[in-house]
Design a protein around this ligand. Structure first.
Ligand code: PGA
Length: 245
């Protein structure tokens, strides 16, 4: 049985005060059937881990490189050293705003795995790609090219339709399930056992009002939460929806 997973992606938001607020309620968020993960800006990781060892932490991005002249970058091993157990890779904002291609993402996935961190690969189509009926083609290409050298057994995949991120528009549970099934099917072609166990998350305007319906879908194992993860009550309600699955 797969454990549910709910990841808070704070993006360029939050503060140490907000980490304190979340940590007070962590026991309610995180339980035996649902793991909650907090991805704050990376500068808060070390302090968060030191003050609250019970938190499961993740980073929002990491370098494809392990060391060297790469100003501003953080290696996966450095993030691991300050407590990150997960790292988001290939988030659509990184792809669109920071020029991350599938081939760079593929290197980042491998670098994270080599550092002992679980990469959360994000895939998703734009509004235009959906209206041109290219959704499946785009997702399969992202999977194929981003996971070319990955260990699929140490990976999470998040389906985040770009048109649903931060827009208030959410894929319907049926639309989301269709793509999650496609993704699990793609993994199954590589390894059927891994496909049974891999956690697949939905992301894109998840909120308390729609979380339960999405998480009830057979191939959706939790969510990657942006805006609603900055409000403790909302994130709490979303975690409860996962716990009820
Ligand atoms: P959102 O963001 O929940 O604000 O749509 C999700 C994400 O970007 O991971």
């Amino acid at each position: 049985m797969r454990q549910n997973l709910v990841i808070a992606n704070w993006k360029l938001n939050g503060s140490m005060e907000l980490v304190h607020e979340f940590a007070q309620s962590w026991d309610a968020l995180d339980n035996s059937n649902t793991e909650a993960v907090l991805c704050p800006p990376a500068v808060f990781l070390a302090k968060a881990k030191e003050a609250y060892p019970q938190l499961t932490l993740g980073a929002q991005t990491s370098s494809a490189h392990t060391e060297g002249a790469f100003t501003g970058e953080l290696a996966a091993s450095m993030l691991a050293a300050v407590g990150a157990q997960y790292v988001l890779v290939g988030h659509s904002e990184r792809r669109a705003l920071f020029g991350e291609s599938n081939s760079i993402i593929a290197e980042k996935v491998v670098a994270a795995q080599q550092a002992g961190i679980i990469p959360v690969l994000c895939v998703g189509e734009t509004a235009d790609e959906r209206s041109e009926q290219r959704t499946e083609e785009v997702i399969l290409q992202q999977l194929e090219q981003s996971l070319v050298s990955a260990d699929l057994a140490r990976l999470v995949i998040a389906y985040e339709p770009v048109w649903a991120i931060g827009t208030g528009l959410t894929a319907s549970p049926e639309q989301a399930q269709e793509i999650h099934k496609l993704i699990r099917g793609w993994v199954a072609q590589k390894n059927a056992t891994v496909a049974e166990n891999i956690q697949l998350l939905y992301g894109g305007s998840v909120k308390p009002a729609n979380a339960a319906e999405l998480f009830q879908q057979p191939d959706i194992d939790g969510g990657l939460i942006g805006g609603a993860s900055l409000k403790l009550e909302q994130f709490q309600a979303i975690c409860m929806a996962a716990q009820d699955k």
